[in-house]
Design a protein around this ligand. Structure first.
Ligand SMILES: [Mg+2]
Length: 133
C-alpha cells in the first residue's frame, strides 16, 4: 500500500460501518431517500459555510476550527449515507471523477491571465482559479 500524502486524512471501513450502524440502530434507513439525504448534505454544507460568515479578510477562521470539524463531519456522514443509499462505491467514484477532472483544461489565473481577462486573480495573496469545462 502506498503511503498517504496526508496522514491526518483517514477514513476506514470501520468508520463507515459505524455510521451505517448508527443509522440502522435508530431505524432511520426507511427515511433516507436520496432527495432528503441530498438536502441534508447541503444543509450541513451550509452550516460549514456559516463558520466563515462575516469573517471578512480572515479566510482561515481558525477560532471556529472545532465547529468546522463538526460540520465537515456532518457533510461527510451524509455523503456516506447518500452513497450507501444510491449503492455508489465512494472510492471508485472519486477515482473515476479525478480521472475525468484530469481531462479538463484548468487554467490557473495569474496576474497576466487576469489582465487579459479583466479579472482580479489574486485575493489575499492567494491565486484564484478559473474553471473551464
Ligand atoms: Mg451540523
Amino acid at each position: 500500500m502506498k503511503p498517504s500524502k496526508c496522514e491526518s486524512l483517514s477514513i476506514g471501513v470501520q468508520t463507515i460501518d459505524t455510521i451505517l450502524k448508527f443509522r440502522d440502530d435508530r431505524e432511520w434507513k426507511q427515511f433516507h431517500n436520496p432527495k432528503d439525504l441530498a438536502i441534508s448534505l447541503l444543509l450541513e454544507a451550509s452550516e460549514l459555510l456559516e463558520c466563515f460568515q462575516w469573517s471578512g479578510a480572515d479566510t482561515e477562521v481558525l477560532k471556529k476550527r472545532n465547529a468546522m470539524k463538526e460540520e465537515l463531519s456532518d457533510v461527510l456522514i451524509y455523503a456516506i449515507l447518500l452513497a450507501d443509499r444510491l449503492n455508489i462505491d465512494i472510492e471508485s467514484a472519486i477515482e473515476e471523477k479525478i480521472e475525468k477532472n484530469a481531462t479538463y483544461i484548468w487554467p490557473i489565473s495569474t496576474a497576466g491571465f487576469a489582465e487579459q481577462n479583466g479579472r482580479n486573480a489574486k485575493l489575499n495573496g492567494r491565486i484564484t482559479f478559473d474553471y473551464y469545462r
